[in-house]
Design a protein around this ligand. Structure first.
Ligand code: 4NP
Length: 156
C-alpha cells in the first residue's frame, strides 16, 4: 500500500487489509510505504491512529518507510492511492517497474476509473472517516479477488 507520506492513507490501508486477511485465514504479508521521505521512522498520523482504533484496528506500531524499487520484486502486488503515487512508483521503480503489479486501489471498487483515495493530511477527522470507509470497501474487494485466485490455483 503506497501513498505520498506513508502517515495518513497507506498505514490505514495496511492495517485494514492485514486485519481482513487475518479474519479470512490468509497468511499475507502486508506493508505500506511512502514515495516521499519526510516522515521516515514516524508513526502514522494521530487521526489515522484514532480512526483505526475506533474500528478496532491498532496501527500504532507501524513506522513510516519510503518505497524502494525492490518492493516491485518482493511484493506480489502494489496498490497506490492516487495517480501521482502511480507516476512516482513508476519513476522510482526504474528498470524494475512492472505495470502488471501496480494499480490504484480504488480501481478495485470502480474499475478503470482511476479514482483517488483523497489525501486527508490537511483535512478534518471526518475526512479520515471517509478515507477509512473507502479503504475498507476496497480491501474487501482485494480479499475477494486474491482469495478466489488462490482457490482457483489450488484446484488446477
Ligand atoms: P499521505 O498524506 O500521503 O496519505 O500519508 C500525506 C502526509 C504527509 C504529507 C503529504 C501527504 N506531507 O507533505 O508531509
Amino acid at each position: 500500500m503506497v501513498c505520498l507520506g506513508n502517515i495518513c492513507r497507506s498505514p490505514l490501508a495496511e492495517g485494514i487489509l492485514l486485519h481482513k486477511a487475518k479474519q479470512a485465514g490468509l497468511n499475507w504479508q502486508v506493508e505500506s510505504a511512502g514515495t516521499g521521505s519526510w516522515h521516515i521512522g514516524s508513526p502514522p498520523h494521530k487521526l489515522s491512529r484514532k480512526i483505526a482504533s475506533f474500528y478496532g484496528i491498532d496501527i500504532s506500531k507501524q513506522r513510516c518507510r519510503q518505497f524502494q524499487k525492490e518492493d516491485l520484486l518482493y511484493f506480489d502486488f502494489i496498490y497506490v492511492m492516487d495517480e501521482n503515487n502511480y507516476e512516482d512508483v513508476k519513476a522510482m521503480g526504474s528498470e524494475l517497474w512492472n505495470k502488471l503489479k501496480v494499480d490504484l486501489l480504488m480501481n478495485e471498487l470502480y474499475p478503470g476509473e482511476n479514482r483517488s483515495v483523497p489525501d486527508p493530511y490537511f483535512g478534518t477527522e471526518t475526512d479520515y472517516h471517509n478515507v477509512f470507509d473507502l479503504l475498507d470497501k476496497a480491501c474487501d474487494k482485494v480479499i475477494e479477488k486474491f482469495s478466489i485466485d488462490k482457490k482457483q490455483k489450488s484446484l488446477s
